[in-house]
Design a protein around this ligand. Structure first.
Ligand code: ZN
Ligand code: ZN
Length: 333
């Protein structure tokens, strides 16, 4: 079967590979979402990446061989985070922080091919959700986990910084728990996306504290979720948290983050990282989708047939108005 391999930044090749055998449920790949990590791998600025690699970690599949509760023909979202179940983190239930975490499409080969064999526990079937929505579950889980880490309660003042797909997922989930939400992004098109979730989509002007206080009736947000990974935005986000509040880093800034400890103490801040998500987070997001609490269908702005990925993917990287590009693995192109 054909597979699309990224051999080096910008260097794709179609290869013939063996159909998967051995353990796991045989599935056919349906839709694959493209995310920031993929664009970084293609650009060559993803620090945890090795080549060659078959991309694809935002995945929906169809079951080809029934196994237990998984019946042939069912569509499933895939949890691509393969944890060892054995290390200290896994034993405590923090499988997302597994010492040996291996993510499909990042640390091991992903979904840019026709067939996969996957562990049954990584498959989340749905009888109502279409494959394109199921392929959004993974990025939604990242947002869900960040909001869970932030311990947001109803009416809490929350600022989400960054309105790319992960920032939008955080904002969507903050809305779902009834937060008093504002969002911020440097880009006009991304603020437009944020306006679908809150009336307060702010631009980070020279002194963002002024616009943020305006948005929250003079207050600062008790929770700031940083979803850019951009150095300036990370430091700015730190300054915008109310005393006693929480800052969550869901965006990954590859570098050192320094802050003034007396100020950290004075405001008694809580700083939390948020990484990927857990099996329970996948279950929770599936429920929110199935019962209609959240509708992220508008995240999908671009659809490309699998065969056209090498030609078209570069032009989508950072493109105006593009939130999520979805690769149709069934389309011949
Ligand atoms: Zn992703
Ligand atoms: Zn582990």
């Amino acid at each position: 079967m054909r597979a699309l391999i990224l051999h080096a930044p910008g260097k794709w090749a179609w290869e013939d590979i063996q159909e998967p055998d051995g353990e796991g449920v045989l599935v056919r790949v349906q839709q694959v979402g493209i995310c920031g990590t993929d664009y970084q791998a293609i650009r060559g600025c993803q620090p945890f990446f090795t080549y060659p690699r078959r991309l694809g970690h935002e995945i929906s599949v169809q079951v080809l061989e029934s196994a237990g509760d998984l019946v042939q023909g069912m569509y499933c979202a895939v949890n691509p985070y393969m944890s060892c179940a054995d290390c200290q983190a896994c034993k405590r239930g923090d499988t997302n922080c597994c010492y040996g975490l291996s993510v499909l499409g990042i640390h091991q080969d992903g979904a840019f091919t026709r067939l996969l064999r996957l562990p049954a526990f990584s498959l989340h079937p749905s009888t109502s959700l279409p494959p394109a929505i199921l392929a959004l579950v993974e990025p939604l889980v990242v947002g869900y986990h960040a909001v869970k880490r932030a311990r947001i309660s109803e009416r809490d003042q929350v600022l989400v910084v960054g309105q790319g797909p992960i920032g939008l997922a955080c904002a969507l989930m903050a809305n779902a728990v009834g937060a008093d939400l504002a969002v911020m992004d440097i880009r006009e098109d991304r603020r437009q996306s944020g306006l679908r979730l809150t009336e307060r989509a702010l631009a980070p002007v020279e002194n963002p504290e002024i616009v943020v206080r305006e948005a929250f009736d003079g207050d600062l947000p008790v929770t700031v979720i940083e979803a850019t990974g951009n150095r300036a935005a990370v430091h700015q986000s730190y300054q915008l948290v109310a005393p006693g509040g929480t800052l969550v880093f869901v965006g990954l800034y590859v570098g050192n983050f320094e802050f003034d400890d007396p100020d950290f103490h004075r405001r008694e801040l809580t700083l939390r990282a948020s990484r990927n998500g857990t099996h329970d987070d996948f279950c929770a997001v599936m429920s929110l989708l199935e019962n209609g609490t959240i509708d992220p269908s508008w995240f999908i702005t671009d659809r490309i047939p699998f065969t056209e990925v090498p030609d078209r993917i570069k032009s989508l990287d950072g493109a105006q108005g593009c939130i999520k590009a979805m690769v149709d693995m069934n389309a011949a192109g």
